[in-house]
Design a protein around this ligand. Structure first.
Ligand SMILES: CC(C)(COP(=O)(O)OP(=O)(O)OC[C@H]1O[C@@H](n2cnc3c(N)ncnc32)[C@H](O)[C@@H]1OP(=O)(O)O)[C@@H](O)C(=O)NCCC(=O)NCCS
Length: 390
């Protein structure tokens, strides 16, 4: 493909992220779809959108399955082929990949891809249990490990191998809360200090409250089309020029490494090669900071620094807005929030805003090339996409 557009994004929508009391997932998805339609008046959703792929992690939250058809109905797309993709927290990264398959196959010209999750009406204990279903049942869940616990194991391995510190982890949180303070759709729109992060209560050592992503309600979507049709709908499309997706063992204990995620490295390699882009060409990235250690490992897996250099990279300020490579300008999962099924396409939404110059206070100047990195579980799924301003 060599850097040629695979598909083009012609519109995008995002609900507010947070505690959306009194709304069902379907209503939240409808809010995201409405924004995408409002942004693109030349598109006739009922006529032009030929399929929906929608990521959702779990039925348990609302005791509701059959998500594809439900979301199609509430997005005004009744009767289109509608399919739910499930890959834990990478469910909508996988939806995006499925949408790209649909367009590239020639079966569909234009499709909607998105994701949704409604979580906050459940107790933290319930949410922790539902999330843990994306880890290995016989060996991980059965022994009581949770996602904060799994990522804490990666953090201690990283500290042991490279000398990464609790301060390095907290710096990720401070940066992402700073970015989130400028995002009107973020769940927590306030800055925090390093001291606050470091002294917050321990969840699974070394991870503390501010090292964890939030429990969130939210939905996201983007509309993608064949590159040659994009200008029919908008003067400012964003091209997706690289797509990678890979899997790994569901159990963390079976992996070659605890300090790096092989699926993410494979997905990144595929996406970079397809896009004919190198890590140093990337102007901004949205990475899967489900826990602060995951952002540090992402820097390394994506080639933004050498293995073990992630802590130093965040400390250098280069990944903060105004730095060489701003990461998680949306606030990331840490401050914008993490409605798990919606996260992958919420990252694509931020990329769409940034590469069309619509990110307001958090706009990265002259951004040309962006990247999204979406993980499922403890890294058994990874989806990486590379974007270019048209
Ligand atoms: C960290 C966690 C356990 C905290 O849950 P909790 O102890 O029940 O916290 P509460 O919901 O009672 O919230 C208490 C306060 O902390 C805040 N808070 C909750 N989680 C927070 C987080 N992750 N970061 C910052 N603040 C947080 C709440 O807003 C609330 O603030 P308030 O008192 O000003 O209203 C929970 O957010 C969590 O499980 N996060 C990880 C989710 C996850 O694993 N996702 C999948 C990743 S693979």
């Amino acid at each position: 493909m060599n850097g040629k557009p695979l598909v083009s994004i012609v519109s995008a929508g995002l609900s507010k992220f947070g505690k959306l009391e009194g709304l069902y997932a379907r209503e939240i998805f409808a809010l995201a779809a409405k924004e995408a339609y409002d942004r693109c008046p030349k598109l006739n959703p009922k006529k032009d959108i030929k399929a929906l792929f929608v990521g959702q992690m779990g039925e348990s939250y609302e005791h509701q399955g059959h998500t594809g058809a439900t979301m199609a109905d509430w997005a005004g797309l009744l009767h289109v082929p509608a399919t739910r993709t499930e890959a834990a927290c990478a469910s909508s990264g996988a939806a995006l990949r499925a949408g790209i398959y649909a367009v590239l196959s020639g079966l569909c010209d234009t499709v909607m891809v998105g994701g949704v999750e409604k979580m906050t009406h459940r107790s933290t204990a319930e949410v922790t249990e539902y999330l843990a279903m994306a880890s290995d049942y016989p060996f991980e869940q059965w022994n009581g490990i949770t996602f904060p616990g799994l990522f804490a194991l990666m953090a201690t391995a990283h500290m042991n191998a490279y000398g990464t510190t609790e301060k390095d982890l907290s710096m990720v949180a401070v940066k992402n809360h700073y970015h989130g303070s400028m995002n009107p759709k973020a769940q927590i729109q306030k800055e925090i200090t390093l001291e606050q992060a470091l002294s917050s209560r321990v969840v699974a050592w070394p991870l503390k409250l501010y090292d964890c992503s939030l429990i969130t309600d939210g939905a996201s979507c983007i509309i993608i089309t064949k590159p040659e049709l994009a200008r029919k709908y908008t003067d400012t499309p964003v091209h997706i020029i690289g797509s990678g997706q890979a899997s790994d063992t569901i159990g963390l204990y079976e992996r070659e490494s605890f300090t790096s995620l092989k699926a993410a490295k494979i997905a990144a390699k595929q996406a970079y090669e397809m896009a004919a882009v190198k890590p140093e060409d990337v102007d901004l990235a949205e990475v899967h900071d489900c826990f602060t250690i995951a952002e540090i490992i992402a820097y390394e897996d994506l080639g933004f620094c050498k293995p073990g250099g992630g802590g130093k990279l965040v400390e250098s300020g280069e990944t903060r807005l105004g730095g060489r490579l701003p990461v998680n300008t949306s606030g990331g999962l840490k401050s914008k929030g993490h409605p798990v099924g919606a996260t992958g396409t919420a990252q694509a939404y931020e990329m769409y805003l940034q590469l069309t110059g619509q990110a307001d206070k958090r706009q990265v100047r002259d951004a040309e090339v962006g990247l999204t990195h979406n993980l499922g579980g403890s890294g058994a799924t990874a989806a990486v996409h590379v974007y270019r301003r048209a």
